[in-house]
Design a protein around this ligand. Structure first.
Ligand code: GLP
Length: 234
């Protein structure tokens, strides 16, 4: 595991975008695993800028996102589909049909989980970007008794609902369920890139240097052969 410390959010974002950009340059038809949250917003802005300058071409790239809230359609500004469209996809030359997220509004959620698991496995993720929750969650894999292996629907931890409520008008508006890649789905990615700000220093330390336990889901990354962690100190 490579751990790189940067002085600011901007520097972290530039390096992260540089690594993703290098992946796209080396393999123009690569599959990128993407994440939501405030951590990757700067990275997506850098990627959009490089694409606008003609330095990156996303026309053959496919993307798969980690997760989606249940019950929010893609045109709801709080949905992760909306986030991805507005923060990245609408600003780069990617084909919309090559951008994939789980459908949090599917009538048959079990069938949707299987569909998404097969889709991600079939595409094969070259580089997976991750943020981390304060409780160590990756995607929406919350602390649990076991590592959930495949795509599944999950009841969000109270702390996650509280943390994510900053983006909603009222805490009651935050969905209580989500659908997420499992830990096994994430671990199949060839390379993993995790970014985190200083507010995550404690949980990152536990995840990277503590015991590997489903109580700290990100700790499983210690078992992956190719993980880069970029931390910002401010
Ligand atoms: C959400 C997402 C995670 C993300 C986490 C941290 O719960 N499901 O994928 O990593 O938030 O978000 P932030 O980067 O805003 O701290």
């Amino acid at each position: 595991m490579r751990i790189i410390e940067k002085n600011s959010y901007e520097e972290m974002s530039e390096l992260c975008a540089g690594i993703i950009g290098a992946q796209v340059l080396m393999k123009p038809d690569c599959v990128l695993g993407l994440a939501t949250g405030s951590s990757p917003i700067g990275t997506y802005a850098c990627l959009a800028e490089q694409c606008a300058k003609g330095l990156l071409d996303f026309s053959q790239v496919q993307t798969v996102n980690l997760d989606e809230y249940c019950g929010l359609p893609g045109d709801n500004p709080q949905s992760y589909r909306y986030f991805m469209d507005t923060q990245l996809f609408n600003k780069i030359n990617i084909e919309k049909e090559n951008t994939h997220l789980p459908d949090g509004c599917a009538a048959d959620m079990q069938a949707e989980c299987l569909r998404y698991e097969k889709l991600v496995a079939g595409l094969g993720v070259d580089l997976q970007l991750l943020g981390i929750g304060h409780n160590g969650h990756i995607g929406f894999n919350e602390p649990a008794e076991d590592f959930p292996v495949i795509v599944h629907s999950v009841k969000l931890a109270e702390s996650t609902i509280q943390a994510n409520s900053r983006l909603f008008d009222r805490v009651e508006d935050v969905p209580t369920q989500a659908v997420t890649m499992g830990i096994g789905t994430i671990m199949k990615a060839k390379k993993i890139l995790l970014i985190a700000g200083p507010d995550k220093a404690e949980i990152v330390e536990r995840a990277m240097r503590g015991a590997v336990t489903p109580q700290v889901p990100a700790s499983v990354l210690q078992l992956h052969p190719d993980v880069t962690v970029i931390l910002s100190k401010a």
